[in-house]
Design a protein around this ligand. Structure first.
Ligand SMILES: O=C(O)CCC(=O)C(=O)O
Length: 277
C-alpha cells in the first residue's frame, strides 16, 4: 500500500487510498446497500432499534428517500465484515495505531436527481458528544469513506477545504443540523475561509477516503443520473474514547455483540424499536 497518503493526510487534512476494494467486493457492498435501501423504503419512516437507525426523508423531486442508515452492521453480515477488514486497519494503523474503537458505521445514499441530500459545511468534531468522552480528539480520530459508486462533483461528492483541519473548531452553521443545511459558501466566508480553495473528492468505486475531525467539508445534491452510495466508518484510539464499539484489539478484528453506548444517549432506557417523529 502506498504510504504517501499519511503525509497528505497530515498536510491537507484528508487523503485518498486508491483501489483498496476489488470490483467484486464493491458489488457485494452495493448489494447490501440496495437491500437496506429497500428495507428503509418499506418502513417509510425514520426508525430506531438500539444503535441501528434508518433516516427516511422526503425529497421534493423523488418523494420518500432513505438518506442514511447508522450501524447496519449489527444486522448485516456483509457490512459487519468490511467494518473490520484488515485493509482498513492497514490504512489506519500509521495514523492511530492498532487498538481502535469504532464510533461511526453509516451508509449514505444520494439517489439520482435528489436534492434533499446535502450536508452543510461542518467539521465532524461537532458531533463528538459528550466532549468529555473524547480525549485528544484531533490526534485520535479518523473518519473513512468507501466509494461504492464513482464519486464526483455532479453526484454530490464530498467537498473539502484542504488545510482547514489546522483551524481548530469553527462555529460553522450555528446550531442547525448538518443534514438540514445546504452547501453554502456564505458559511465559509463567515468564518474567514477562502471559498475558492474547496475541492471535490473524486473517487472510483473501491477507493477509500480519510479525513480529519477538524476538516471543513460538506456535500451537495446529486444532479447526475447515477447513484451516489458512500460507506462511512469512523475509528478512534480506544484508550482515548469512552464510547464506541471495539473494532480492532491489538490489530485483531472484533465482532459486534450487544450494542454499547455510541451516540444514542437513551440506548439503555429506550432501546426501541420505534418510529421517529
Ligand atoms: O455523504 C456525505 O457527503 C457526507 C459525509 C460527511 O459529511 C460526514 O460523514 O461527515
Amino acid at each position: 500500500m502506498r504510504c504517501d497518503y499519511v503525509r497528505h493526510y497530515h498536510q491537507h487534512g484528508f487523503a485518498i487510498v486508491r483501489g483498496v476494494f476489488r470490483p467484486r467486493e464493491v458489488q457485494e457492498l452495493a448489494g447490501a446497500f440496495d437491500r437496506l435501501y429497500e428495507a428503509g423504503l418499506r418502513r417509510g419512516r425514520s426508525y430506531r432499534d438500539h444503535n441501528l437507525l434508518f433516516r427516511v426523508a422526503t425529497d421534493p423531486r423523488l418523494g420518500t428517500i432513505v438518506r442514511m442508515v447508522q450501524w447496519p452492521s449489527y444486522e448485516n453480515a456483509v457490512l459487519a465484515r468490511y467494518r473490520v477488514d484488515p485493509r482498513m486497519l492497514q490504512i489506519l494503523a500509521p495514523l492511530v495505531g492498532v487498538d481502535l474503537k469504532q464510533i461511526i458505521n453509516q451508509l449514505h445514499w444520494k439517489p439520482p436527481g435528489a436534492t434533499n441530500v446535502e450536508f452543510g459545511y461542518h467539521q465532524d468534531i461537532r458531533s463528538r458528544r459528550p466532549r468529555s468522552a473524547y480525549r485528544s480528539p484531533a490526534e485520535s480520530y479518523v473518519q473513512t469513506g468507501i466509494a461504492i459508486d464513482a464519486h464526483y462533483a455532479a453526484n454530490g461528492a464530498m467537498t473539502v477545504l484542504p488545510g482547514s483541519h489546522r483551524l481548530g473548531e469553527l462555529p460553522l452553521g450555528g446550531d442547525r443540523p448538518t443534514m438540514e443545511r445546504a452547501l453554502d459558501d456564505g458559511e465559509l466566508a463567515a468564518v474567514g475561509i477562502d471559498t475558492t480553495r474547496r475541492v471535490h473528492l473524486e473517487l472510483d468505486p473501491g477507493d477509500v477516503a480519510l479525513w480529519h475531525l477538524h476538516l471543513v467539508h460538506g456535500s451537495g445534491p446529486n444532479v447526475s443520473d447515477g447513484d451516489r452510495r458512500f460507506l462511512i466508518n469512523g475509528y478512534v484510539v480506544a484508550d482515548n474514547c469512552d464510547r464506541g464499539e471495539w473494532a480492532f484489539r491489538d490489530g485483531v478484528p472484533c465482532a459486534l455483540g450487544e450494542p454499547v453506548l455510541v451516540h444514542y444517549e437513551d440506548l439503555y432506557t429506550r432501546p426501541g424499536p420505534f418510529y421517529l417523529p
